[in-house]
Design a protein around this ligand. Structure first.
Ligand SMILES: *[C@@H]1O[C@H](CO)[C@@H](O)[C@H](O)[C@H]1NC(C)=O
Ligand SMILES: *[C@@H]1O[C@H](CO)[C@@H](O)[C@H](O)[C@H]1NC(C)=O
Length: 245
């Protein structure tokens, strides 16, 4: 009986793997120029995958934790480190651009996203050996992009699949990201004359640094997005994606 059960579980598991039934792009494949269809399919894909599907090697996208991000601005004697940033919002990213060029086999897409990252902020002033730590929340509005080429591979069952080549990721931040820190950290920084000086003299560089940090977050999450697209392409047949490619 136990053997039979294990056998059945394996059979069901195999079926789930081979037809990709846990992966649901949309009811119909899209025309590559039909951005509305692609936009809907993207939303369905995100809804189906953002929590991750380990058996398909699809990683969790939202929330996603970034263990650490570091930024040192030597000229102004400042190290900024973010630890355990929990990023949310990417399950609601919206397609803003999509092209697939058949001749060159090039794919290029962009999405817009509003995201929040919460974690720990460590500020070091190396010259005066001072360190401040506290909770931080970053909120930003961004457009991320990925460009890659594709090829078509036939699997051992004779089914054609897309295979995505190495990606190039781009990022643009809209406006200025907001960064809020816990009131204890804010109060401590306000009392530090070295930090106050840096804040008044290098406000512009600090804002720029914040945008770069927001882009590092976008790029990190985007790498996971592209990983998931690649993993899904190994499960779903080429015909599930586009009508006219
Ligand atoms: C696929 O997703 C759509 C929209 O979320 C849903 O209506 C449909 O029932 C799903 N199909 C399967 C086989 O899960
Ligand atoms: C991001 O937030 C702005 C302001 O609330 C809103 O207008 C925009 O539609 C949002 N974008 C996305 C992709 O959710």
């Amino acid at each position: 009986m136990i053997t039979l059960n294990i056998f059945l579980v394996l059979v069901i598991y195999q079926c789930a793997l081979s037809d990709g039934s846990k992966l649901n792009l949309s009811t119909e494949p899209c025309d590559v120029s039909d951005i509305e269809c692609i936009s809907k399919a993207t939303q369905v894909f995100l809804d189906n995958t953002y929590q991750g599907i380990p058996e398909y090697n699809i990683k969790k996208l939202d929330p996603i934790t970034i263990p650490s991000l570091e930024k040192s601005i030597e000229k102004i004697n400042l190290n900024v480190r973010y630890n355990n940033l929990k990023v949310t919002g990417f399950k609601n990213q919206k397609i803003s651009h999509f092209t697939l060029v058949r001749d060159t086999k090039a794919v290029n897409f962009k999405t817009k996203v509003n995201f929040t990252a919460e974690g720990e902020l460590v500020i070091e002033l190396p010259k005066s050996s001072k360190t401040y730590t506290g909770e931080v929340t970053i909120e930003a509005s961004a457009e991320g992009g990925a460009a890659y080429s594709y090829s078509v591979k036939t699997d051992d069952k004779g089914v054609e699949h897309y295979e995505a080549g190495p990606e190039t990721i781009s990022c643009e931040i809209f406006g200025e990201p907001t960064l809020s820190v816990s009131s204890t950290l804010e109060d401590a920084l306000k009392l530090d004359s070295d930090f106050k000086k840096i804040f008044t003299e290098y406000g512009k560089q600090l804002t720029e640094g914040r945008k770069q940090t927001a882009c590092r977050i976008v790029e990190t999450v985007y790498a996971v997005s592209v990983h998931n697209i690649r993993a899904a392409a190994r499960i779903l047949p080429k015909s599930a994606y586009f009508k006219n490619v």
